[in-house]
Design a protein around this ligand. Structure first.
Ligand code: CP
Length: 302
């Protein structure tokens, strides 16, 4: 494995290896070993053309915990504002010795294009509405930690599937690992290609909730949305928002997940977001171990 561009590129053994490596690295962290020397002398570039809180900082922390040098590049304040292209920017960073490039970009396919231009490994940190592989991996890692397995798990992915890069990555990864995924959304927030995806589709959240072991809520991405796609906030929340009453209809062991950032009061009520059944902060913590595992396997592993 040289790049991580899509969870669809991972077979079951490769995906399991990433999750198992993350478990081992989490145990190392638990034993208070502050840093591993694994990536000493390697350089990781965080190349972010879109805003990020969780992904950028956890990739930075993960690379530093493996002793890599880290360059944080944000398009804002760079020569991108003078018209420099993604390719020229990437080649410039490569000339400075980047071994790995973590890229987030608003264009679907940007990470794949970058992988053709640079010599080092490319890690897709979110490309447009296409994929977000490390988010799907850290979510699967969290499910496996909490529920002990992925095989046979019934996972509902709920909300703005149309604009979500997490949804596609999660469907591809979770089905590879033996889970059964149902996408739940209003018809206007589903891509036309959804019936070719390896999952079930439902418009009825209340029918799906009692049968779900995990509910992954997606952020409604207002910034990517044309008005015609969007039901009113009140209508969306009434039909697809997870509140305390709906949480009560889920099995007692079932988890509520969200990749963040959450829009409280819309896709998730404050009561649910703050409940012990909601794993949002645990997902963030797991993101560091998972991204350490990916960097280790791509840049330093055997
Ligand atoms: N989940 C996620 O990708 O969050 P950020 O946009 O903050 O990185």
């Amino acid at each position: 494995m040289r790049h991580l561009l899509s969870t669809g590129d991972l077979d079951r053994d490769q995906a399991t290896l990433i999750l198992d490596t993350a478990s081992e690295l989490a145990q190392v962290a638990d034993r208070s070993v502050k840093k591993l020397p694994t990536l000493r002398g390697r350089t990781v570039v965080n190349l972010f053309y879109e805003d990020s809180t969780r992904t950028r900082t956890s990739f930075e922390l993960a690379a530093k915990r493996l002793s890599a040098d880290v360059i944080n590049f944000s398009a804002k304040g760079s020569s991108v504002s003078k018209g420099e292209s993604l390719k020229d920017t990437a080649l410039t960073l490569q000339a400075m010795g980047a071994d790995g490039v973590v890229v987030r970009h608003s264009a679907s396919g940007a990470a794949h294009r970058l992988a053709r231009w640079v010599d080092g490994s490319v890690l897709n940190a979110g490309d447009g509405t296409h994929e977000h592989p490390t988010q799907a991996l850290l979510d699967a890692f969290t499910m496996r930690n909490r529920l002990g397995r992925l095989e046979g798990l019934r996972v509902a992915v709920v909300g703005d599937v149309l604009h979500s890069r997490v949804a596609r990555s999660s469907v591809l990864l979770l089905t590879t690992l033996g889970a059964e995924v149902t996408l739940v959304a209003p018809p206007t927030l589903l891509p036309v290609s959804v019936h070719t995806w390896p999952c079930e589709v439902s418009y009825d959240l209340d029918a799906v909730l009692p049968k779900s072991d995990v509910v992954v809520l997606l952020r409604v991405q207002a910034e990517r949305m044309r008005e015609s796609f969007f039901p009113s906030v009140r209508e969306y929340t009434r039909n697809y928002g997870l509140d305390g009453e709906r949480l009560g209809r889920m099995p007692e062991h079932a988890l509520v997940m969200h990749p963040g950032p959450m829009v409280r009061g819309m896709e998730i009520s404050a009561e649910v977001a703050d409940s012990p059944r909601c794993t949002v902060t645990e997902q963030v913590a797991n993101g560091v171990s998972l991204r350490m595992a990916v960097l280790y396997l791509l840049l330093g592993g055997s």
